[in-house]
Design a protein around this ligand. Structure first.
Ligand SMILES: N[C@@H]1[C@@H](O)[C@H](O)[C@@H](COP(=O)(O)O)O[C@@H]1O
Length: 246
């Protein structure tokens, strides 16, 4: 696992975008795993800017998102479908049929989880997965205690996650209590993984990830068993790490 500490969130976003563009240029038909949340917004801004200025093509790129809330339709402004279109996908030349997110309003959620796993396999797996991290060390919506063998599944969100994510909703009562997420095994099968985190609210989660033993109680710690992971954090998110790590 490679840890890169940068000055601030702008530098974090620039570096993550640079690494994503390197993969997209080397493999123009790559499958890119995307994340939502506040943290990657700057990364998508950099990719949009690059597309406008340099014309990087997404004509053959496929995307698979990590997760989606259960019960929110794609046109709900709090859905991850909506977020992805707003922040990134509607600004680039990606083909509609190459965009994949779990369907949080599917009639049969178990079947939807299977369908999503099949899509990822049919694409030949994920070349590069972008990740954020939850305050409690979750990745995607894999909450503490999730098996490292898990595949796409239905999750009951913890109070902590509902609380943390309520900042994006009008009221905490509007935050869905369930979500569909790629499993930890699904994520770990990606060829390359980039995790981004900024701000002091993420310092504890980064400390767990980097310094604590690998444990299912810290979902992100599973990344330490992967051969090609880069963690890009700003100084605030790295502030609780021991000096020799930085
Ligand atoms: N499912 C998402 C995660 O993929 C994301 O990493 C996390 C942190 O979000 P933020 O970047 O807004 O702190 O939030 C949500 O729970």
């Amino acid at each position: 696992m490679k840890l890169i500490v940068v000055k601030n969130s702008d530098e974090m976003s620039k570096l993550a975008a640079e690494k994503m563009l390197a993969v997209i240029k080397e493999k123009p038909n790559a499958t890119i795993g995307l994340a939502t949340g506040g943290t990657p917004k700057g990364v998508y801004a950099e990719l949009r800017k690059d597309h406008q200025e340099n014309g990087t093509s997404y004509g053959q790129i496929k995307t698979v998102n990590l997760d989606e809330y259960v019960g929110l339709s794609p046109d709900d402004p709090n859905s991850y479908h909506y977020y992805m279109n707003e922040e990134f996908l509607s600004h680039i030349n990606i083909k509609e049929e190459n965009i994949h997110l779990p369907n949080g309003i599917a009639d049969d959620l178990q079947t939807e989880c299977k369908r999503y796993e099949e899509i990822i396999s049919s694409l030949g797996g994920i070349d590069l997965q972008l990740l954020g991290i939850g305050h409690n060390g979750h990745i995607g919506f894999n909450e503490p205690g999730t098996s490292f063998e898990s595949r796409t599944h239905l999750v009951h969100l913890t109070e902590e996650t509902i609380q943390a994510n309520s900042r994006y909703f009008d009221s905490i009562d509007d935050v869905p209590t369930k979500a569909l997420t790629m499993g930890i095994k699904t994520i770990l099968e990606s060829n390359e993984i980039i995790l981004v985190a900024n701000g002091k609210e993420k310092a504890k989660a980064i400390k767990f990830l980097v310094e604590d033993p690998i444990d299912e109680l810290v979902p992100a710690s599973a990344l330490r068993s992967h051969a090609n992971v880069t963690i890009i954090v700003d100084e605030a998110a790295a502030s609780l790490l021991q000096k020799e790590q930085k």
